[in-house]
Design a protein around this ligand. Structure first.
Ligand SMILES: [Ca+2]
Length: 135
């Protein structure tokens, strides 16, 4: 009986260990709230912030002024940051922090951003567009 109890106890501990190991819903850290595209006047998400929350739009308060950026489209997997208004011109892509733990923010646009490494993007972003939206 003592051996049986010990076995049950061991099994319980093993199962609770498995439960602890299960990862919950994806919720990656981001300086940008879910559902938004975000820009800051300073590097490393400092200074003034402007946000976009429609599927696309113009950063009226931050056009050609941003030094850092983050993407967190609530149901959209990617965000394009354009250098002209109304989703025109060149753009770089950041992944949404709701879906991806990598490439979802850039602390310094001057040395490249997202999928455009080495390309200067400081004081250049004017509009955004969410893409790959699931609902
Ligand atoms: Ca960068």
């Amino acid at each position: 009986m003592k051996i049986l109890l010990r076995s049950v106890l061991t099994l319980s501990l093993a199962l609770s260990g498995l439960t602890v190991g299960v990862v919950g819903a994806q919720a990656y850290w981001s300086p940008c709230p879910s559902g938004y595209a975000c820009l800051w006047t300073g590097t490393s998400y400092n200074g003034s912030r402007d946000v976009g929350y429609a599927n696309y739009g113009y950063f009226s308060g931050m056009s050609n002024r941003a030094d850092s950026a983050a993407a967190n489209g609530g149901s959209c997997e990617y965000t394009r940051f354009y250098d002209q208004t109304d989703s025109f011109g060149s753009y770089f892509v950041l992944k949404s922090a709701n879906f991806h733990n990598d490439m979802n923010r850039d602390a310094n646009l001057a040395n490249g951003a997202g999928d455009r490494p080495g390309e200067p993007w400081r004081d250049r972003v004017s509009s955004w567009r969410f893409t790959a939206c699931s609902r």
